[in-house]
Structures are given as C-alpha cells and as structure tokens.
Design a binder for this molecule. Structure first.
Ligand code: TA6
Length: 299
C-alpha cells in the first residue's frame, strides 16, 4: 500500500487500485474507491473542504450528540451533531498488513490509518461547551474486501459522562428511483419527517420517493444493504452499534442547503448512517466504547 500525507489529508492506495482519502478536518473520509475505480461516497460539489464548516458528504463523525442539541443537559451548548466533525484531528499513524509470503499479495492486503482527537487538545471555545476529558481514536482500514471505520471513545477524566455517536455516511448511487434499501424489515423507526413519531417498517425493502429521515432501532440484522435495480450495490455492516439512520433530503431540503450541489444531487445519494443515537452510552472514568462499521461495495 502507499500512504500520502499532506497538510490537510491522508490518502492510501492499495496495489490493486482501492483508495481512501481522509481530511484531517473532522477525520472526514471524503473518498473511498474500489478496485474498479468507482467512487462509493457522495460529496457535494459545494462541500467546504477547507475546515470552514462540516463536510457536506463523505463520512462526517457525529460525536458526542446526534441531531440538534437537547434544550438542557451537558450537550445543550454544542452545535448540531457535536464538535468531532468540525475539529481538526491529528494523524496518529499507519499500519499495513502485506499479502501472505506468496508475494503476489494473497488478497488480504490492507492498510489501517489512525486519527486522534483529545479533550486536552480542544480549544477553550469547544471545551467550555462540553467540559469532559475524553480521547477519540478513529481507525480507517482500507482492504480489498471493503472499508472499515471504527471509533474508540475513552473517558480520560475523573467523572462519568454520556455520549451519542454516529457515522454520517453519504453513499453514492446512480439513481434514487432505482435504489432500494434492505435489512430494515420489521424494525421500529422514529420518523423525523413525521414529527418524530414511532413507526414499524412493514415492507422488507425501503424505496425513496420523497424526503426520508428515519432513525431505525431494534434492527434484526447487522447489515443494511443498498440495492440498485434489485442487485446489491453497497452493504453497511454495524459493529457494536444498534441504530441505523436513513436520510435523503429530497428536492426542497436539497435546495435549502447552500452547500448541497448539484441541486438534483439528492438523486445520486442516500445516507445510511450507523450509530448509537436512540439513547445515550455512559462511560465511567477510564472506560472505553468502540463501535463502527464495515462497508462492502459491489462495483
Ligand atoms: O442524519 C440525518 C440528519 O440528522 C438530518 O435531520 C439532517 O439534519 C442531516 O442530519 C444533516 O445535518 P447537517 O447538520 O449536516 O446539515
């Protein structure tokens, strides 16, 4: 594998052509290509990549709160989706596993890139909004079988605190009208388009023909699949995370987002976001939590 480190991003490439690129800002994965050269993530043409605001696309990291901050409580002063996606992380290093001794790379070649964000390193303006000592290590592993992203959360302080986390993944698809999502069957979901009322997914697959903003909980299986014309395109497998959010802004909300371009781009993307967002995880001093996902692409 080759790893290129520049001042704002880290890019890794496997000899077989797979690649991943991560902005240090927010440790936001902004590109993941499979050996065919296909880009699997959607990034808005007007996404800010200069750190001026969270990236509209790729895989923003949501921590320590999902959605608008609660009216009161420890996360009430934070911006929507918390501060992890809008803070500069540090690159901690890389490790790669070469192919077996056979030399020609027996297919299990991979490279792991680690990024860190620590409470101690935050500037006062952020620390004052969530005054807890924490450590985040985000590992991005590019392999031939897919992309794995895992967030390790550690309580470095002397008091317990609670958090939510989510990987806000913008998946690229060819045509939303030919796309269905499976793996959500019979799960309960909170419908944020319908005033956060609770529903049950009755059909085995979900088609998207208007704005969708659903938090699925109580999922029966770990894999949520995106299908194109009924054929698998992308699998998102949850790792120690219970919830999956499905979001498509559709036309009106896409028009309302200044950094969403092209305006009909909602036809080429769907967010499948794995996380722990329906409730709160609690960490006592010294405790850690680890959760993430494995994504597989079929193109
Ligand atoms: O994950 C879905 C969601 O919570 C939507 O409600 C919408 O707000 C989206 O996130 C984007 O949020 P952002 O703060 O990135 O504009």
């Amino acid at each position: 594998p080759t790893v290129d480190i520049s001042d704002d991003r880290v890019t890794a490439t496997l000899p077989t052509g797979e690649s991943v690129s991560i902005l240090l800002y927010g440790a936001t994965v902004i590109s993941w290509k499979t050996a065919s050269g296909a880009e699997n993530l959607w990034v808005s043409e007007k996404a800010a990549l200069d750190g001026s605001k969270p990236v509209r696309g790729g895989i923003p990291i949501v921590f320590p709160v999902f959605g608008p901050p609660p009216k009161e409580g420890p996360t009430s002063k934070l911006p929507q989706h918390g501060f992890a996606r809008s803070t500069r992380w540090e690159f901690l290093g890389k490790s790669s596993s070469e192919g077996e001794a056979q030399g020609q790379g027996s297919g299990d070649e991979s490279v792991k890139l680690d990024f860190g964000l620590y409470g101690a390193g935050l500037d006062e303006s952020v620390k004052s909004k969530w005054p807890y000592e924490f450590g985040l290590v985000y590992s991005v592993t590019l392999g031939r079988e897919g992309l794995m992203t895992v967030l390790n959360v550690r309580n470095e302080g002397d008091e317990g605190w609670e958090f939510q986390m989510l990987l806000h993944t913008y998946l690229r698809i060819d045509d939303i009208s030919k796309t269905t999502i499976s793996g959500l069957g019979s799960a309960t979901y909170i419908d944020k388009v319908l005033d956060a009322t609770t529903h049950t997914q009755s059909t085995p697959t979900l088609s998207i023909t208007s704005e969708v903003d659903r938090v699925y909980t109580g999922l029966k299986q770990d894999t949520t699949s995106v299908l194109a014309d009924g054929k698998p395109r992308l699998d998102v497998v949850r790792d120690n995370l219970e919830d999956t959010v499905v979001w498509n802004p559709w036309r009106e909300k896409a028009n309302a987002m200044g950094d969403f371009a092209p305006k009909d781009g909602y036809k080429q993307m769907v967010c499948v976001e794995v996380g722990s967002v329906a409730g709160w995880q609690r960490l006592e001093p010294g405790e850690t939590f680890e959760g993430g996902m494995m994504m597989r692409s079929y193109v």
